[in-house]
Design a protein around this ligand. Structure first.
Ligand code: AMP
Length: 282
């Protein structure tokens, strides 16, 4: 596996690959890789000549300094995992490389319609501008044919698609299913910060999503939401939101109609660690 830390070195290498008409599949990550990330690499491996993974803890998408400082990092382990997964290129730049000089010059403003008005956009101000800024920079640099994102961050997938449309880019986005622990907990780098008891308790998020899926066609959407919210009352998890939304607009639905694709979303804190998860309801 080739490891690049600078844009110039990466660009030079990619230019050579592109001349040979090779297809480039890209998986952006913030590292501390787990099987969820590796499933994206595996998908990219199946359909591309060259697989590029980036590891960059993007400061611009953190609205909470403490969360950024405590974000787990484990580059040596990540490199071994990527090698085993037959990843071709790892791009792991530092902050100065991606945001050189005055930060203000790096502030692009993207328009997401209403997609960033709710859920993670509402709770983490500036988060999606930060995500779009770095993904846009990576796409411009690499010009991948296809980029792979996890449905774990479902809202992020829609945001990236909107950014591509706005910037008139030619990158195809493939969204990949959520990989979970046997007990249902969605894999996340932030799980590293949970102790075993907390990991067990956090499965409540999955159980609540399952409950919504199970009840949503039998009771009203409002009742299904209430049932899920109540499940958190006697737990150590502090619920942030439960939303039952149209998958395309992310607007809350009033009923599970026959035509719309509906997905339930939950965010909750355990200690001061924020966990998110979602599940298709129909
Ligand atoms: P992150 O390192 O958290 O920025 O995640 C990098 C990519 O991996 C994003 O597209 C995430 O949605 C995806 N991802 C994270 N956790 C999972 C998971 N449990 N299953 C599938 N994809 C995931």
């Amino acid at each position: 596996m080739q490891i690049f830390k600078t844009k110039d070195a990466l660009k030079k290498y990619i230019k050579k690959e592109r001349k040979e008409d090779k297809s480039i599949g890209f998986v952006p990550t913030m590292g501390t890789l787990h099987i969820g990330h590796l499933s994206l690499i595996e998908n990219a491996r199946k359909s591309n000549d060259v697989v590029v993974c980036s590891i960059f803890v993007n400061p611009k998408q953190f609205n909470n300094k403490d969360d950024l400082l405590k974000y787990p990092r484990n580059i040596n382990k990540d490199i071994n995992l990527l090698k085993r997964q037959n990843c071709d290129i790892l791009f792991c730049p530092n902050e100065e490389e991606m945001y050189p000089g005055d930060n203000h010059q790096n502030k692009t403003s993207f328009y997401f319609g209403d997609l960033d008005k709710e859920m993670e956009g509402k709770q983490r101000l500036g988060h999606f501008q930060g995500v779009a800024t770095i993904v846009n920079k990576f796409f411009e640099l690499l010009q991948p044919c296809t980029a792979y994102f996890g449905e774990k961050d479902f809202q992020q997938v829609l945001i990236v698609r909107k950014m591509i449309e706005q910037m008139d880019m030619k990158v195809k986005v493939i969204s990949c299913p959520i990989i979970r622990e046997k007990n249902g907990l969605a894999l996340s780098s932030r799980n590293e910060r949970l102790n075993n008891a907390q990991k067990q308790e956090a499965t409540l998020i999955y159980q609540a999503l399952l409950k919504i899926k199970e009840t949503a066609s039998k009771v009203s959407v409002g009742e299904a939401k209430k049932i899920a919210e109540n499940m958190f009352e006697k737990s150590h998890l502090e619920l942030d939101y439960v939303k039952i939304c149209d998958e395309n607009t992310l607007k809350e639905v009033k009923e599970i109609g026959t035509s719309n694709s509906v997905r339930a979303f939950i965010a909750a804190y355990i200690g001061n660690i924020r966990l998110i998860d979602n599940m298709a309801v129909r």
